[in-house]
Design a protein around this ligand. Structure first.
Ligand SMILES: [Zn+2]
Ligand SMILES: [Zn+2]
Length: 460
C-alpha cells in the first residue's frame, strides 16, 4: 500500500490509518510527526499517505486506478486529484492525457480521420466524373494563362499542376494577377482540383471538401482534343503557337500593356515594402502606369518610380508625416514627373531588371514566345504598331518616278481598324508624315515619297 520511498515505511497499516484520520481531523501536524517519528515538512505529509485505490480499472492496463490524497489545508481551493494508472500513468477524466496509450490512441484516431477525409476528397474530385473541355473552347487568354501555369508548376510526369504556393512569386509579377490566372481557369473548369490534393488544402468545415485553398491544391488539366494524345496536347498547351496571338494585333498590344503595368506595380510594391511603407495598388495606380506607358518603357518607369520613392522617403524623414501619407505621394509624383519629362523631352535612363525581381514566367512567355519581342517588351513602351504589317498603297509609284510634289492615294482599309482609336503613321527613311484616320475606308492623299503606312493606336 505504501510507496517505496515512503517516509511511512516504518508504520503498520493500522498506524497509517490512525495517522490519516487524525491528520484530516485537524490535529497539530508537528505533534503527529513527532509521535509517529516521521521526518518531513508538515506541509507535505499528505503526499506520503497511501493513495486511494479506485474501484474502476485503467482502460488500457486493467489495473485499479489510484488517486493521490490532497492536503487538508487547501481542500476547498485545490483541484481534486484525478485517478491515475500506476502502470501507464493514464489519467482518467483529464481533458488531455499525455500517457503513451492515449497518445497512440489519438494518433490512430487522427489517422482514421485523415483517411476518411482523403477518401472523401477522392470521391468528390474523381476525375472519371469530369467532362473534359475541348481545346477549341479555350480563348487566347485561357491558353496563355494555362501555358504559364504549366510552365511554372507542371510535374515532371505531366500528371498534375503542383500547388501554386510553391512558385507564386515566379509565376506572375503580382499576387492579384496570380489569382486572376488561376481563377480564370478554375471558373471555367479548365483546371479542376486533383483528387490527390492534401487534406490540409481544404478548409476544415461543414462543407469539406467542397471549397479549397486556391494555392494549396493540386490541379488537373481538364482539356481534351480529338485525335490528339494527352501528352501531345499538353505539350501544345504548354507552348501555344505565336500565330494564335499575332493574328490579333489589338490582343498583342493589350497583353503587352497588361504585363507592363503588372511589372510596374510589382516594382513599386517591392520597393515601398523595403522601406516598410504599406501601399495598396488601386485603380488610380493602374491608370497612372497606363498613362506613363504611353511614352515610357517599363525600364524607364522603374527609374521614375525609384526617384519618387527616394523623394517620399526623404519627405517622410524630414516632415515627420506618416509612412502611409508618404507612400501615397509616390504614384502622383510619378505622373507629374513623367508629364514634365515628356514635355521637356528628357532622356530617361533605362533601368535593368531588379536582381531581386527576376522576370516572371508569364512575362517571359508573353514577351519572348507570344509577342516575339524579347527585351523590347521591357525596353519599349507598349506599341500597337509593332504587330501591324505595313499597308501598301493602291497606286504605288516606281522609285524612279518620284516626284516630291505628286500625291498618292491611300485607303484606310486595315480590317482591325477601330473607329476613333487609330492614327496613321507613315514614313520613309527619315521622312515622317501622318494622317489621322476617322473611318474605315476613308481615303487620303499623301505625298508620293511615302511608300509604306503603319497603323498605330491614337496617342498624341
Ligand atoms: Zn494503464
Ligand atoms: Zn491516458
Amino acid at each position: 500500500m505504501s510507496q517505496e520511498n515512503s517516509k511511512l515505511k516504518h508504520l503498520s497499516t493500522e498506524q497509517v490509518e490512525d495517522l490519516m484520520a487524525r491528520y484530516y481531523d485537524g490535529e497539530k501536524i508537528s505533534e503527529l510527526l513527532k509521535e509517529f517519528s516521521i521526518k518531513c515538512s508538515p506541509s507535505v505529509i499528505h503526499a506520503y499517505f497511501p493513495q486511494i485505490v479506485e474501484e474502476y480499472l485503467c482502460p488500457y492496463c486493467s489495473v485499479n486506478l489510484l488517486t493521490k490524497r490532497v492536503s487538508r489545508n487547501n481542500k476547498g481551493f485545490q483541484k481534486a486529484e484525478l485517478p491515475k494508472c500506476p502502470v501507464c500513468k493514464h489519467t482518467e477524466g483529464a481533458n488531455y492525457c499525455s500517457c503513451v496509450n492515449c497518445r497512440e490512441l489519438s494518433a490512430r484516431l487522427e489517422e482514421e480521420r485523415l483517411k476518411k477525409k482523403k477518401e472523401k476528397i477522392k470521391e468528390t474530385y474523381d476525375l472519371s466524373k469530369r467532362k473534359p473541355i475541348d481545346v477549341s473552347q479555350l480563348t487566347r487568354t485561357d491558353r496563355l494563362y494555362l501555358s504559364a501555369l504549366l510552365r511554372s508548376g507542371f510535374d515532371e510526369n505531366f500528371q498534375v499542376i503542383n500547388p501554386v504556393q510553391n512558385y507564386i512569386d515566379k509565376l506572375s509579377p503580382t499576387e492579384k494577377f496570380c489569382e486572376e490566372i488561376v481563377k480564370t481557369l478554375t471558373s471555367k473548369a479548365i483546371l479542376v482540383v486533383h483528387p490527390m490534393s492534401e487534406v490540409a488544402s481544404f478548409p476544415d468545415n461543414e462543407e469539406f471538401p467542397n471549397s479549397w485553398y486556391t494555392y494549396l491544391v493540386y490541379y488537373h488539366v481538364n482539356v481534351s482534343a480529338e485525335g490528339v494524345t494527352r501528352s501531345n496536347l499538353l505539350q501544345e498547351l504548354m507552348n501555344p503557337p505565336s500565330e494564335l496571338y499575332t493574328s490579333n494585333p489589338y490582343y498583342c498590344f493589350e497583353i503587352w500593356r497588361k504585363i507592363a503595368i503588372e511589372e510596374c506595380c510589382q516594382y513599386l510594391l517591392h520597393h515601398l515594402s523595403k522601406l516598410d511603407f504599406q501601399y495598396k495598388v488601386g485603380e488610380k495606380t493602374i491608370a497612372i502606369f497606363q498613362e506613363l506607358l504611353e511614352t515610357f518603357s517599363v525600364s524607364q518607369i522603374y527609374n521614375i518610380v525609384n526617384r519618387q520613392i527616394a523623394n517620399a522617403s526623404r519627405y517622410y524623414q524630414e516632415k515627420r508625416v506618416s509612412k502611409m501619407e508618404a507612400a501615397n505621394t509616390v504614384i502622383g509624383s510619378c505622373l507629374r514627373f513623367g508629364e514634365r519629362a515628356r514635355a521637356e523631352k528628357w532622356d530617361i535612363y533605362k533601368y535593368g531588371r531588379d536582381y531581386s525581381l527576376p522576370q516572371t514566367v508569364i512575362s517571359e512567355l508573353v514577351y519572348n514566345r507570344i509577342l516575339q519581342l524579347g527585351v523590347k517588351g521591357f525596353d519599349l513602351p507598349p506599341d500597337l504598331s509593332e504587330f501591324i504589317e505595313p499597308v501598301a498603297f493602291e497606286d504605288q509609284v516606281e522609285k524612279d518616278n518620284w516626284n516630291p510634289n505628286s500625291q498618292a492615294k491611300f485607303t484606310c482599309e486595315y480590317n482591325g481598324f477601330k473607329k476613333g482609336d487609330i492614327a496613321l503613321y507613315v514614313g520613309r527613311h527619315d521622312d515622317n508624315y501622318s494622317v489621322v484616320c476617322d473611318r474605315y475606308g476613308d481615303q487620303y492623299l499623301v505625298p508620293h515619297y511615302v511608300i509604306q503606312v503603319k497603323i498605330t493606336n491614337n496617342y498624341r
